[in-house]
Design a protein around this ligand. Sequence first.
Ligand SMILES: *[C@@H]1O[C@H](CO)[C@@H](O)[C@H](O)[C@H]1NC(C)=O
Ligand SMILES: *[C@@H]1O[C@H](CO)[C@@H](O)[C@H](O)[C@H]1NC(C)=O
Ligand SMILES: *[C@@H]1O[C@H](CO)[C@@H](O)[C@H](O)[C@H]1NC(C)=O
Ligand SMILES: *[C@@H]1O[C@H](CO)[C@@H](O)[C@H](O)[C@H]1NC(C)=O
Ligand SMILES: *[C@@H]1O[C@H](CO)[C@@H](O)[C@H](O)[C@H]1NC(C)=O
Ligand SMILES: *[C@@H]1O[C@H](CO)[C@@H](O)[C@H](O)[C@H]1NC(C)=O
Ligand SMILES: *[C@@H]1O[C@H](CO)[C@@H](O)[C@H](O)[C@H]1NC(C)=O
Ligand SMILES: *[C@@H]1O[C@H](CO)[C@@H](O)[C@H](O)[C@H]1NC(C)=O
Ligand SMILES: *[C@@H]1O[C@H](CO)[C@@H](O)[C@H](O)[C@H]1NC(C)=O
Length: 892
Amino acid sequence: MPLSTLWRLLSVSLLSSLVFAQGPVRTLFPTAFPLAVKTPYLNTWYESFVSSDPLTKCWPQFWTFRGVPSIMGWSGKIRVNGVTYKWMGQDDAGTSANVTNIQVTPTRTIFVMQAGPMNVTVTFLSPVEADDWIKHSIPFSYVSVEAQSLDGNNYSVQVYSDISSEWASGDRSSAVQWSNTNTGSSIYHQIQLQGHPQNVENGNQAQDGTVYYAMSTSQSGLSWQINLDETVRDGFQKNGKLTNTASTAFASISPNFTVFGLAADLGTIQSTASPVTWSVGYVRDPSITYTAPGGAVQLRRPYYVTEYKSVEDAASIDAFTGDYAGAHSRAVALDQKIMTAAAKVSSQYSDLVSLATRQTMSALDFTVGTDSNGNIVPSDVKIFMRNMGTDRRVNPVEHIYAAFPMFLYLNASIGGALLQPLLEVQASLTGQSFAAMDIGNTYPVAPGSEAMPQQGVEQSGNMLIMALAHARISGDGTLLSQYYNTTKRWADYLVSTALNSTNQADQDGETADLANTALKGIIGVKAMAEIAHALGHDSDAARYGSQASLLLSSWLSLATSSGGSHLLGSYGNQESWSLMYNIFADKVLGLSFVPQSVIDMHTQYLSSLLVTAPEFGLPIDSESGTVGNAAWTMFASAFVSDENVRDNMIQNIHNHVNSNTSAAIFPESYSTKDNSVKSGGASPALGGMFAHLALTVPNQTISIGSANGNGNSNGNGNSVANGGPGSSTNVGAIVGGVIVGLAVVGIIMAMFVIVRRKRRMRKSVRVTEHAPHYPTRTLNRQHLSSESDYVPIAMDRIAGFAWIRAADPPAKAWRSEAMLNRTHPPAPSQFITTSSNIDSQTGSAWSRDPLSSRNSISTTEVMGLRTEVENLRRVMREIRAEQLKPPPKYAG
Ligand SMILES: *[C@@H]1O[C@H](CO)[C@@H](O)[C@H](O)[C@H]1NC(C)=O
Ligand SMILES: *[C@@H]1O[C@H](CO)[C@@H](O)[C@H](O)[C@H]1NC(C)=O
Ligand SMILES: *[C@@H]1O[C@H](CO)[C@@H](O)[C@H](O)[C@H]1NC(C)=O
Ligand SMILES: *[C@@H]1O[C@H](CO)[C@@H](O)[C@H](O)[C@H]1NC(C)=O
Ligand SMILES: *[C@@H]1O[C@H](CO)[C@@H](O)[C@H](O)[C@H]1NC(C)=O
Ligand SMILES: *[C@@H]1O[C@H](CO)[C@@H](O)[C@H](O)[C@H]1NC(C)=O
Ligand SMILES: *[C@@H]1O[C@H](CO)[C@@H](O)[C@H](O)[C@H]1NC(C)=O
Ligand SMILES: *[C@@H]1O[C@H](CO)[C@@H](O)[C@H](O)[C@H]1NC(C)=O
Ligand SMILES: *[C@@H]1O[C@H](CO)[C@@H](O)[C@H](O)[C@H]1NC(C)=O
């Protein structure tokens, strides 16, 4: 009896600590949080690696960074009974609020903070309106503030925010002009470069757009001001309101900073009645300069002009500033849909899709064409992707492929509109047998297709797989029927080339790494069979179908190790292996083409490699040294047939992004050894995080010549059995004693599992010490990208290709930026290194940071502990879920 009482007490206290751990405690510590992340040129982040300070003490940054400060002046304040607190920015007007939590959802980043007697919630919302392209293409984001007094007393409250003209250009010495407008429904500031050069980037920022900072006039107590930073901010601090005046002393962006303030006096309140909301935008029109087949150059316009004449059209800006409540509730609904579906895989997985969504969507520009008279042609819709984080390539095929799962899940028509320009420009290139890799490398200019024979298999496979995937999920077979000859040309190329192509991009010198690329090509041929079948070309379908089967069986004999235990990364090299992430294409197309027994064998082999893999997981293949890729790892985790392997791989990616010592925004490519960044910070490739969710979307019957209107999924297709949030509420109804009993069993079982796993791990480490090794290789310099001056990193490898960029330290560029003599300069801490090597850059920057030693001691241990707590929780959930099923005798 006393013993069971003891257990009871013990388990109750353990249970309650678990409950609290699931509660409001912050668990996500990525390097960067999206703030206003909406288009390639409205892309502002809180980067905790640039300064280890909270948002209330530092400046937001343009996405570019990587040790390179690219400040976007954006300040926020709340004044409570005459005392000013900062909720964003590094200026001197006010004391910094204390950040108590940060939460990330797919559309929102939410900071909770304490400002003296007030609890303040700051929400950064970049709408993802996947099913409403008019709304989605308005290049604006929101920031809103809610506040509540912590002691229940009433306080006199005013709120304030401004931006600087740093939002107008990366060239901080350029001259800007500005204006202020009241439409009756909105008050907005506008900033533009004087003489803005079209399509020319500086520091990855565009120069031909107009910056907006706006507020709805339905906000009571509104005031505004344009003047030098100290003047405006000190004025607010002193008076709690602005002067409603604009300086007309047009000047350069720096060294003296003009700011554009908008404030609201909320009166004496206990809490805000509704969120106070600012809208920030960066508007370019035309958005893309596209050369159509035949050579006509189109100036393509942002898609919202199908509804509004322009953003200046009051209806447009008023529709945005006045719609926060609607936009917020749509965002909450989308977030819930995504996060609920993702949580069925795991909470780590939910974190990853949340971090990836805005990052991926913001690499896109939704456009509409015009006719020769400049009239809009609403049916001419094309979407363009900037190869963010890598270079300025336009619609980079391998990164569209990496991100495709996200488009399939959110709205597959987005994928179609990305493929459309690639197909259109290649339809008449009958002399070119394989698919191009992009349509230019100087975003936002798309002069035409660029193809490399070394990427023929890779890109032809990508195109065929994506063309079919888009049609299956959207039900829209228009592209398939319109470009049938083009896809056939690529399929014919693959039939003769895929299995044993030489000189492909994945190949490096003598160590051919072909098996994974070859498999993609073969799945591409199989996809062509399905395309032909959908279009009723039965003899083509039969021909490509049997060719694909022949190729696959040859591939299996070439790519299976001699002992039959694993798949080889390069034919004939028994030591080689690969993630073989292209098997995912088989799953997403519903082909069941690669035999399940092969997937099982591969799963087991990956499982054995993971035993000795570092916490950041496996590299892409045995030839890549330590180069890991988050998208490809996620692809692999989505087809393996063992949930432990799946969860391990997801945990590896989570470890990668959840480490605030990594110096970039959720990088695509990184060292699995020490998590240092290789390339692809802020890359759209991270749309690949949606790989699991894409497999839950139901497919449609493909119809030709008619766009399908409602092909979107509910995301509820498959569900993994474990207790979600829904079941935990039911648990409360069950008699307490039962829970406690179960909890005891659960904890004992979990301990047992953990102890056993530890033993097993130790054992297998000993056994497999010599097994897999990851030889390093020197990569060929194959392609020099035209990356702009602000990205200083030598990239080893892009998306699985062996590309390398010249290491040119842009010390000049970022130094001049860092040393600009601001009125309130940035923290000097980490901008001192001149190394062009990001690995040592990260290392040295953090070793100078007083936090770094603490971080390095504890990260691994904390992660280990977290994993075990998570395991414990999972076991508990399973037991609970088990218990919730009605006993058999009550069923029916
Ligand atoms: C970095 O992450 C750790 C947890 O892993 C956290 O304690 C620390 O506050 C984070 N630092 C910053 C600057 O966000
Ligand atoms: C932040 O927290 C510290 C320690 O609790 C407290 O002294 C300070 O007043 C807080 N600052 C604000 C702005 O609330
Ligand atoms: C502050 O507000 C947030 C909601 O934004 C809430 O979750 C949190 O519990 C509040 N904190 C306090 C101490 O009231
Ligand atoms: C995607 O959104 C567009 C724009 O609203 C819509 O026309 C289309 O039907 C949607 N596609 C899918 C597959 O849901
Ligand atoms: C706060 O103000 C409201 C409205 O003026 C008033 O009804 C309420 O009693 C006040 N609360 C306190 C705690 O003073
Ligand atoms: C910047 O401000 C300082 C101090 O007010 C002034 O002396 C200087 O001339 C200004 N510089 C420019 C370029 O306007
Ligand atoms: C496709 O190829 C066939 C056979 O070569 C030809 O007859 C047809 O005109 C082509 N279609 C298009 C749209 O080019
Ligand atoms: C692949 O091609 C190379 C060079 O063309 C040739 O040496 C090799 O035998 C071929 N391998 C197979 C399996 O056909
Ligand atoms: C969905 O895909 C499967 C497998 O490819 C196929 O058998 C089925 O007919 C498709 N469903 C629809 C509605 O087209």
